[in-house]
Design a protein around this ligand. Structure first.
Ligand code: F6R
Length: 261
């Protein structure tokens, strides 16, 4: 697991966008795993800028979202399908239908989860998976107690996550759906490269647990410790509770120029 620390969210966004750009520029094209929420927004904005200014093309790229609320149609203002369309996919040149997400309004949600797993597998798996982390250590919407081997399925959100996400809804946490479809921890763990982004002091405690605590279903992000290729991009506030912070800084400062994340 590589831990990289930056003074500003702009630097986090630049390095995150570098990782995505390298994958997207591969001749075979890339399959991206996209997170919603605030953490990856800087990366998306930097990729949109590179598309407009530098001609970075996503025409051969496919994408899979991490999760979706049950009961929200894709065109609902708070749906994750709508979020990713307006914040990233719709602002660059993905081919029509190249970005898929779990359908939270499917008549048969269990069948929809199976369809989604099969679609990811048929695309050859995810090359680069962007991740945020919840205050309770969730990745995707895998709340504490999620099986570390889980696949895409229906989950119930904790009250804390619903309160945290109420900002995307018009009024109170009561408007946030209780149920979601989410890639499982096991699904996420099959991606080739996991890129976890965390910004701000509120993420310091879950980052410390995920990176330096025991691997446990109580902190689903701790499963990243078992993955062979993980990059954790942090601002100084999110990194502030890491015990080995001086070591991470020293390692980062001594990186040879050819060694990219
Ligand atoms: C979103 C997702 C969640 C968020 C996490 C952090 O698709 O899967 O795990 O990444 O809740 O959210 P932000 O970035 O808004 O703090």
């Amino acid at each position: 697991m590589e831990i990289l620390l930056f003074d500003s969210p702009d630097d986090v966004a630049r390095v995150g966008a570098d990782i995505v750009e390298r994958a997207v520029r591969r001749p075979a094209g890339a399959v991206l795993g996209l997170a919603t929420g605030t953490s990856p927004l800087g990366i998306y904005r930097e990729l949109i800028r590179r598309h407009r200014d530098d001609g970075l093309s996503f025409a051969s790229t496919r994408a899979f979202l991490l999760d979706e609320y049950v009961g929200l149609a894709r065109d609902h203002p708070a749906s994750y399908a709508r979020f990713i369309e307006s914040e990233f996919v719709g602002q660059v040149d993905f081919a029509p239908g190249a970005a898929d997400g779990p359908n939270g309004t499917a008549a048969d949600l269990v069948a929809e989860c199976e369809r989604y797993e099969a679609a990811i597998a048929a695309a050859g798996g995810i090359d680069v998976q962007l991740l945020g982390i919840g205050a309770d250590g969730h990745i995707g919407f895998n709340e504490p107690g999620s099986s570390l081997g889980s696949r895409t399925r229906i989950k119930t959100l904790t009250a804390k996550t619903r309160a945290d996400n109420a900002r995307f809804f018009s009024s109170s946490p009561d408007d946030v759906p209780r149920h979601v479809l989410t890639q499982g921890v096991g699904t996420i763990s099959r991606a080739g490269h996991l890129v976890l982004v965390a910004l701000g002091k509120a993420k310091a405690a879950p980052i410390a647990l995920a990176v330096e605590g025991p691997v446990t279903a109580m902190v689903p992000a701790s499963a990243l410790q078992l993955h062979p290729h993980v990059t954790v991009l942090l601002d100084t506030a999110a990194a502030s509770r890491l015990r080995l912070i001086d070591y991470y800084r020293e390692t980062q400062a001594g990186k040879p120029p050819w060694q990219v994340p």
